[in-house]
Write a protein that binds this ligand. Structure first.
Ligand SMILES: Nc1ncnc2c1ncn2[C@@H]1O[C@H](COP(=O)(O)OP(=O)(O)OP(=O)(O)O)[C@@H](O)[C@H]1O
Ligand SMILES: [Mg+2]
Length: 237
């Protein structure tokens, strides 16, 4: 018998083609890239399109910026997140490292998010970003345990989890050692590569458990209405 896996359609033009028409339901992914590579845009677009196209609710946890700033940034793409928040289509949670420390670490963050997901029927969850964990846990092992706690707790809800992290992608052999790669199901890398005096953006699906996926790097652009991936064009580096 062939198991047909249910898919979450990203709604990002060109992305679903890279992962056999959608991200497997209920899995956790890391979205990593250098500063300004488009991580927040990619994940916000997932939430926005989730509401607009698929009537799926989102949860955005920002550990780095204020909702006000996020609303302002995303207005550039004409995404009215404020309205979505008012209508409880996207739930936004802000927390700084100090508050998170007071909360008592990842286990309580996990239950807090779990409860929100259950309460509102959230299907797509974004954490922007995991990098504050570096402040909370000095030991990489502890950070891995913390992310593991989050991932396993939220897996029970069968929602899709996307966790942002900054990594240096300037050298061809991208160093992922600071990422808890083994505890997540998927890794998506975003690049902003320099060649000569221009920069080109590219995306790569490094791994995605539960599905076959494209193995190449593909160019993408920031359009007035968000990210557009050219899944049929290849990039080489
Ligand atoms: N409307 C737009 N058109 C073209 N490019 C844009 C537009 N809006 C933002 N950008 C580009 O997107 C970049 C920011 O993207 P984003 O905030 O998603 O990146 P990030 O990886 O989350 O960055 P950070 O590491 O700072 O969190 C900006 O530096 C800018 O170059
Ligand atoms: Mg960001």
């Amino acid at each position: 018998m062939v198991m047909v896996m249910s898919r979450m359609h990203s709604g990002i033009p060109g992305f679903d083609e890279l992962v056999q028409n959608g991200v497997p339901r209920g899995i956790s992914c890391i979205v990593a890239g250098s500063s300004g590579s488009g991580k927040t845009t990619f994940c916000t677009q997932l939430l926005h399109e989730g509401v607009k196209k698929y009537k799926e609710k989102g949860l955005f946890v920002t550990l780095e910026t204020t909702p006000h700033k996020l609303f302002e940034f995303m207005k550039v793409f004409k995404w009215d997140l404020k309205k979505m928040e008012e209508k409880k289509e996207v739930i936004i949670i802000t927390m700084d490292p100090f508050q998170m420390h007071k909360l008592g670490g990842s286990e309580t963050l996990a239950s807090l998010l779990y409860n929100k997901v259950e309460e509102y029927g959230v299907r797509r969850l974004v954490i922007d970003s995991l990098d504050v964990f570096d402040l909370l846990y000095k030991d990489p092992f502890e950070k891995r345990v913390a992310v593991h706690n989050l991932v396993t707790k939220l897996q029970e809800t069968n929602s899709n989890l996307f966790m942002i992290s900054e990594v240096d992608t300037s050298s061809p052999e991208v160093n992922l050692s600071k990422l808890p790669t083994s505890v997540v199901d998927g890794i998506v890398l975003l690049y902003n590569l320099r060649s000569g005096n221009i920069r080109q953006r590219a995306i790569e699906v490094l791994k995605m458990r539960g599905t076959a996926h494209d193995k190449g790097m593909h160019p993408f652009k920031m359009m007035p209405n968000g990210i557009k991936i050219y899944s049929k064009e290849k990039m080489f580096r």
